[in-house]
Ligand binder design. Structure first.
Ligand SMILES: Nc1ncnc2c1ncn2[C@@H]1O[C@H](COP(=O)(O)OP(=O)(O)OP(=O)(O)O)[C@@H](O)[C@H]1O
Length: 340
């Protein structure tokens, strides 16, 4: 949700990614923000000393208020206002496959949170994601309820194709159209009515290439992208251009993409990220994990310090496995030295 907090917490890079149109505000107000990407707006204003503020009659509070008002106005103009305002979702208990009531009161997930969903094959992980996508109102096989901002969801989320509550990143990302990466991103950026299409394409391409092992270019046809590259492209595109406040991921397989960076990119844009996974590294990257058993939510575990420590060990192991994979791909022999 948009309030003064974003000026305190978001860096310029984040602000520009989330609300690319703010560059116009900075230009109009003669604020030179070039080179301050890692700074927050509050910190940026903080560096103007009293003399400067007096000489130029700078009203810092007004600048902040106006920036927030500008963002809200632009979002409303672009028809994005409602989509931006999902601050939390709440899951209310239903029943498992045997009809037993789920033993929790309510699970609330806030924007910027990552939640993993684990459980045996066929236990109901995808079903939970589907309940969220459908904003279940005790009318799905699980009889769960899903609230948006603590209230029963507006039916617009269910039936509107432009007001998408959820962006899905599924296992298979096969492009069928004959477009280059640039053309694909341009189409998407234009449909979102962003101002600085070229800059947004650059940002997405840069982010995607940071996630993918093998680099690709603007001119690469989307049909020529590898599994990992297309996944990286879709993740960067979702984080930067999609206005859906919730991202549902049905397992990011290990297709050579940096999964930690990918999750970071998604949550940096204040999205709620839910990820169904069998992978321990991904499960522990989440702040909380939901354990599903026989179709019901069986337990909710917060990732504690010990698990976070184990996560960093797991990441080292993943690195070793990644290196082995790389060597296998290059046709090298595997030897003991690769295990350190
Ligand atoms: N509480 C429930 N009541 C009735 N049916 C359920 C319930 N939960 C899940 N199911 C059904 O069980 C089947 C398997 O569930 P689902 O596909 O969600 O499993 P999964 O954990 O995602 O499996 P996998 O790990 O193989 O992807 C689906 O048909 C789903 O609709």
């Amino acid at each position: 949700m948009i309030d003064g907090k974003i000026l305190k917490n978001m860096t310029f890079d984040d602000l520009l990614l989330r609300y690319p149109f703010v560059t116009t505000y900075f230009d109009n107000n003669k604020l030179d923000v070039e080179g301050y990407g890692t700074m927050t707006f509050d910190d940026y204003l903080g560096q103007f000393d009293e003399d400067y503020v007096e000489t130029w009659a700078m009203d810092k509070e007004k600048i902040k208020e106006d920036l927030l008002a500008y963002i809200l106005q632009m979002l409303s103009f672009l028809g994005l206002k409602d989509e931006q305002s999902v601050g939390s979702i709440t899951i209310l208990p239903g029943q498992d496959k045997s009809g037993h009531k789920e033993a929790f009161e309510a699970i609330t997930i806030k924007s910027g949170d990552i939640v993993s969903i684990v459980g045996p094959t066929g236990s109901g992980k995808s079903r939970l994601l589907a309940d969220i996508e459908w904003t279940a109102n005790f009318d799905t096989p699980t009889k769960r309820g899903v609230l948006i901002n603590g209230a029963v969801a507006d039916t617009k989320w269910r039936f509107s194709s432009s007001n998408k509550l959820v962006a899905q990143l599924s296992q298979n990302m096969n492009f069928v159209m004959d477009l280059t990466v640039e053309e694909f991103l341009e189409l998407h950026a234009k449909s979102r009515m962003v101002e600085n299409v070229d800059q947004v394409i650059n940002t997405i391409l840069e982010s995607a290439n940071q996630l993918a092992g093998e680099q690709f270019m603007r001119t690469t046809p989307v049909t020529a992208l590898s599994g990992g590259q297309s996944r990286a492209l879709m993740i960067a595109d979702t984080a930067i251009l999609s206005t859906s406040p919730i991202v549902l991921i049905d397992e990011i397989e290990n297709a050579g993409i940096d999964r930690k960076k990918a999750l970071k990119l998604l949550v940096s844009s204040e999205k709620i990220v839910l990820i169904a996974t069998h992978d321990p590294t991904l499960a522990l990257m989440a702040d909380q994990r939901i354990i599903i058993k026989n179709g019901g939510i069986h337990k909710i575990i917060s990732t504690d310090d010990e698990e976070k420590m184990i996560l960093s060990e797991l990441e080292k192991l993943d690195k070793i496995v990644g290196n082995l994979r790389h060597n296998l791909r290059l046709g090298n022999r595997i030897d003991q030295s690769m295990f350190v």
